[in-house]
Design a protein around this ligand. Structure first.
Ligand code: SF4
Length: 303
């Protein structure tokens, strides 16, 4: 027997255990877009004449973020959307996703800027990874990518930098930071204050479970991401992901509860641990909290 949508009695395509609702295609899409619009209104009020850069990996999350931002703001002549893809130089993985990013931006008529580790840092991840086995490639790659995304967003005058983090990513990061006792990272997860040299981050998908992002992307023919990065090995995050997925099955709504609990205390965290002001890295000039930025330290430029 086909289950019916709780809103219109058409065939349901999804059952949301956390809400107890069966939804058809139309009402599922409406539900995702409503949550995203609410997130944007509540956390990132967009003003007139903003430039929103979207970190576009070409996978399902960032493609969905761009697709929905284009749906919401694409008709506004005062809002500019620009995709930024970072080519880390991972031959077995990245060229395909950048091709997907290019196809999507061409289809939507959105400008795409592609920047590479090779041009910016003189090295690719394929060259860096074998030398950085002790800490894992991701800790280097993440810092270098964030830095290049921010630098590129600043160069094009972006007022926002949207990234495709979904509910699962957010819940995992909150739990990971708790387990590591990393308060400063926790503070940085909250919607940030304006800091010169740092483009304001926005996460429009933070209320959408990963499976629903995948379904939304599939229903709209968006890139789903093919293959996985050969260097992906954040062991603790993998364990937390499995743990949260297991808890979500047995206690639906766990991921939402983690996020909403975090949102309630993030204001207090921000007051107790105010964000440090930024200065400029004495080597590359990028905004940072120390004399020398993380990127220059990781690239061994600090001597
Ligand atoms: Fe970079 Fe790690 Fe992501 Fe691969 S999995 S692209 S190394 S952060």
């Amino acid at each position: 027997m086909t289950l019916k949508c709780d809103k219109c009695n058409k065939d349901a395509i999804i059952y949301q255990r956390y809400s107890g609702m069966h939804l058809c295609r139309k009402h599922f899409i409406e539900d995702v877009e409503r949550k995203i619009k609410l997130t944007i209104r509540k956390h990132y009020s967009i003003k007139r004449n903003e430039t929103i850069a979207i970190g576009l990996s070409g996978g399902k999350d960032s493609s969905t973020a761009l697709h929905i931002l284009h749906r919401i703001f694409g008709m506004r002549p005062d809002i500019r959307l620009v995709g930024i893809s970072i080519d880390e130089g991972i031959e077995a993985y990245r060229p395909r996703t950048i091709k997907s990013a290019r196809e999507l931006t061409d289809e939507l008529g959105v400008e795409l800027i592609v920047r590479s580790f090779r041009e910016e840092y003189g090295k690719t991840m394929d060259e860096i990874a074998p030398m950085k086995r002790e800490k894992g490639a991701c800790s280097y790659c993440g810092v270098l990518r964030k830095s290049l995304l921010n630098k590129t967003a600043l160069e094009i005058g972006a007022t926002r930098l949207a990234i495709g983090h979904n509910l699962d990513d957010e819940a995992q990061t909150i739990l990971l930071n708790h387990l590591k006792g990393d308060v400063s990272r926790m503070v940085r997860m909250a919607p940030p204050d304006e800091l010169e040299g740092l483009v304001l981050r926005m996460k429009p998908l933070r209320q959408i479970p990963e499976k629903e992002v995948a379904l939304y992307a599939y229903l709209h023919g968006l890139p789903m991401g093919s293959g996985s990065c050969p260097y992906a090995h954040e062991a603790m995050r993998r364990e937390i992901r499995a743990l949260l997925n297991d808890l979500e099955v047995r206690h639906p709504g766990t991921k939402y509860a983690l996020l909403s609990g975090f949102d309630k205390i993030s204001g207090i965290l921000g007051r107790e641990y105010p964000q440090e002001g930024l200065s400029n890295c004495s080597i590359c000039g990028q905004a940072c909290t120390a004399d020398i930025c993380q990127t220059c330290k990781l690239l061994g430029k600090s001597g």
